[in-house]
Design a binder for this molecule. Sequence first.
Ligand SMILES: [Zn+2]
Ligand SMILES: [Zn+2]
Ligand SMILES: [Zn+2]
Length: 366
Amino acid sequence: MEGKEELGAFDPNIPEERPSAPPAGWLDDIHGYQGHKGGDPDPFHPPPPAFNPQPEHNKNTLVPDVRVPSVSEDVARDALVKFVQSKWRYSDKPARNMTFKELKAVTVYRYRLETYTETRSSGWQFEPYNSNRLDGPQWGLSPLPWDVPVLAPPRFTDQVQKVRVPHSSVVKPCHVCSGIGRTRCSACFGRGQKRCPFCHGHGRSANRRCTSCQGRGRKRCLSCHGHGYRTCPVCHGSQNVLHFVQLTVTWKNNVSVFIPDRQPDFPDENFKDASGDTFFVDENMLVYPIQGFPDQEICDVSTRLINEHLNRFSSTSRVLQQRQSLQLVPLTQAFYSYNGKTYSFFVFGTENKVFMAKYPSSCSVL
Ligand SMILES: [Zn+2]
Ligand SMILES: [Zn+2]
Ligand SMILES: [Zn+2]
């Protein structure tokens, strides 16, 4: 039957294509998973009080006193020579020939607080239903959001897990095709054919029979191959849809870092990539603010950040673990003279990184 095309007739019983979400009220609420009013698709389930620990009050966190690390002249010079050699516009001559006047070590503590949380939210999901297996309410009540068993990742690692809530599955005739398995083709409005774009439906163009449509004025719809309908995009033709409650479990490590600003000439953002020596780590379900540390600002910051984290996370998440740590980040300001003038630069981080605002030679490479 070459050249002849089977064209489907318009069938008023085949529903139009439309958005795939089921209409409101399509499904009964599952106990414990009632959606929030206002159209939030994935409402959060605040953890029950028993899941959030309370801080213990009679505990002291004492931190040992530490010595400020300093670098030697040789280390400082090496660091500077390496630094200027990595910049094309600097000569390393001043770095090799300068005279050190003073090396001033500065005490820089980095405080870090991590709060590891778990959050649970849920929403309806659906998929085509083809099998006989169905874990529905006939098998019992669904466990409450915080009782659904999940396999937690290692502590302080971020992860998202999506879990099908047990006994929440329900099968309904497809809400998009009304259980027919097909939807009307929206490209040809179900007619199976479209007006020929070459002759605009006249069958002739420039007084000659249109060769594109053989004079018919119409062409087969390519979207539906002339059928007028397509396989339903939601049930994939299976006519039925399986709805279930999906629980989204999110583990997240929330980190706050603080470094007191003690050296106005040194831009603090340099510390971001600089390593330090960790000399104190305290890990617990909830940590208690640092007390008795010689630097009062660190004690205050520890108190403030711990409170902030608890306020921010405990209403929406379950706090699983906390960790606070203190690092000493090396920072030395080196003063030197060259050609009768005084300059300075900073050596910082355990990597001996260099920062300088001014250098004797900045445009000539000798
Ligand atoms: Zn079509
Ligand atoms: Zn034509
Ligand atoms: Zn369908």
